[in-house]
Design a protein around this ligand. Sequence first.
Ligand SMILES: C[S@@+](CC[C@H](N)C(=O)[O-])C[C@H]1O[C@@H](n2cnc3c(N)ncnc32)[C@H](O)[C@@H]1O
Length: 308
Amino acid sequence: MKSLDVKIYMEAGLGRSAAGEIPLGRSVTPRGLSYMHSAPTWDPQQYLHHSVHRTRPFLDLLIRIPELPNEAGTARIADIGCGPGNVTALLAERWPTAHIIGYDLSPEMLERAERDHAGPTAGGGLLDFRPADAGTWTPQEPYDLIVSNAALQWVPAHADSFAGWIDGLVPGGTFAFQVPGNFTAPSHALLGDLCDSPRWRTRLGTHGRRYVHILDPADYLVRFEDLGCAADTWETTYVQLLTGEDPVLDWVKGTALRPVLTELADDPEAASDFLAQYADLLRKAYPPGPHGTVFPFRRIFAVARKAV
Ligand SMILES: C[S@@+](CC[C@H](N)C(=O)[O-])C[C@H]1O[C@@H](n2cnc3c(N)ncnc32)[C@H](O)[C@@H]1O
């Protein structure tokens, strides 16, 4: 956190509770939250451009989650890094009577989730969204399921939280997550290299690789087995066909480019220069074909069931 950020953060009264939740009574405005440790600004609209491709891995994860201990009653579910809430809402389709809480650090994402999905669910359950930092969040009540989709790559040392999160599950409860595993793919390697090039290094430093905090599926498996869980981990490369002009650039504008776009937000000319250079590199790495642009995307999955 930059010292100016710390000052504004403290003055805004945005301290986290011991559980990593950001107190609801505070003035949790988009402006206030955006100062916190220079977290990138998210754009739910941009992120949702590719919602069909982005939702598929979550559906594949969901299929592997076993029956919950309170399957037919009021199961409690936490979705860490819930984003705009569209995948959180899918949890309510599978567990219609559950009380589901989506946690996220981005005020923009939380606003969208609140607007589109918060409230009682058709099956008598409840969807609720709250600010929290996954880096410090700990369960304050027993959960049947803790889930996270495409978010933990943004959380350094997230695997160190696993013991506390498994502790917070009821016996037989599940922790399940999915993270991208494509950080050596051209889309991401080129972004890191460009940020590190002489033209951008001083300004963008490590912003091109801010999200790279993942382990291999085998490492996740060992961690969960060590914690006494029955673990199931795997990886899948989705061969995605994207359409439109510069579709890979459009994809990363919703995710990996957020730190760069946030850093250059007050300098549209620099942002436009950067995007032009990056678009050029991406066009060469992912040339459009007769049916569209093929964009392979590796993802890593883990499902860990606590002993009964
Ligand atoms: C790629 S989006 C995924 C959103 C949603 N889970 C989905 O699958 O559509 C990543 C989300 O992680 C959130 N995030 C990043 N770092 C976080 C942190 N430290 N604590 C909580 N949320 C975080 C971002 O704000 C963003 O909404």
